[in-house]
Design a protein around this ligand. Structure first.
Ligand SMILES: Nc1ncnc2c1ncn2[C@@H]1O[C@H](COP(=O)(O)OP(=O)(O)OP(=O)(O)O)[C@@H](O)[C@H]1O
Ligand SMILES: O=C(O)C1=C[C@@H](O)[C@@H](O)[C@H](O)C1
Ligand SMILES: [Mg+2]
Length: 241
């Protein structure tokens, strides 16, 4: 798990002697102990001025980006903008399930029950991932299924959009279309879901805080976190002599 934002951007030499880029043998086979050819990898553009979007598309190859997280985390709205920045197709698993069933999610829950919804969700996500590369917003519970986590790990890079309880509650109050929150105490229900799900979402490759800033700012945070994960942004490159 890599963390997003400025915390992840410290450009300091590794403090331990783990086999980081700084100590791996160079092309000559010797350990890169020499510091006179240190080159810091850069932020939004690398040393030849390549835009972050192009660098990410190259690093992703055929892999998709899959957004996971609780209801209201911003998977759908941030995901659509992220796909647009990267020139990738965007799919929303919830919408695809509704289209496949010809029913809304509340109706699927009411008529067939949650277990059937979960089976359908697994099948739909599997189909969507085979059609990648794309940006996929999953439903809040999809990543809880082990088979889905395995498929995502095989064919995608996963991003956990994490938000505080009060942020999530402010957002989900805007629309009452989430069957799991039709309880007497939606905030208590959300708190319980956080306790169960956060340890599972933590298996994602990257975590980004979905804070109270513009959608576009969160998209930028996601791009930078993915860049750090895939391209080793912030690491020290030492040329072996
Ligand atoms: N960074 C943000 N700034 C302002 N509003 C946001 C932000 N992120 C999300 N929202 C708003 O929160 C609401 C929920 O967002 P969204 O539908 O993207 O969440 P979701 O993770 O897809 O939830 P679900 O799992 O229920 O589908 C929307 O009204 C969206 O515009
Ligand atoms: O968190 C969940 O389990 C859910 C979230 C939504 O995206 C929908 O997938 C559905 O309402 C269930
Ligand atoms: Mg959504």
């Amino acid at each position: 798990m890599r963390f997003a934002g400025r915390l992840n951007r410290a450009k300091s030499l590794p403090q331990d002697d783990s086999p980081s880029r700084a100590t791996r043998p160079g092309p000559s086979g010797r350990r890169g102990r020499h510091t006179d050819a240190v080159q810091l990898s850069m932020n939004a553009e690398d040393e030849v001025g390549e835009p972050i979007e192009a660098r990410l598309r190259r690093a992703l190859g055929v892999r998709s980006i899959v957004l996971v997280g609780l209801m209201g985390a911003g998977k759908s709205t941030v995901g659509r903008r992220l796909a647009s920045r990267l020139g990738l197709i965007f799919k929303d698993a919830d919408h695809e399930i509704e289209a496949a069933a010809g029913l809304t999610i509340p109706d699927i829950f009411a008529i067939y029950g949650e277990p059937s919804f979960r089976d359908g969700e697994e099948r739909v996500i599997s189909r969507l991932l085979r059609a990648g590369p794309l940006v996929l917003a999953t439903g809040g519970g999809a990543y809880l299924r082990e088979a889905t986590r395995v498929r995502i790990a095989e064919s995608a890079v996963s991003v956990w959009l994490k938000a505080d309880l009060d942020v999530l509650m402010r957002r989900v109050r805007k629309r009452g279309n989430r069957p799991l929150l039709q309880t007497e105490d939606p905030e208590g229900t959300m708190r319980d879901l956080m306790a169960v799900r956060h340890p599972v979402y933590a298996a994602a490759d990257v975590m980004v805080i979905s804070r109270e800033v513009s959608h576009d700012r969160v998209v930028q945070d996601v791009l930078e976190a993915l860049d750090a994960h895939l391209n080793g942004e912030g690491t020290i490159h030492v040329a072996a002599q």
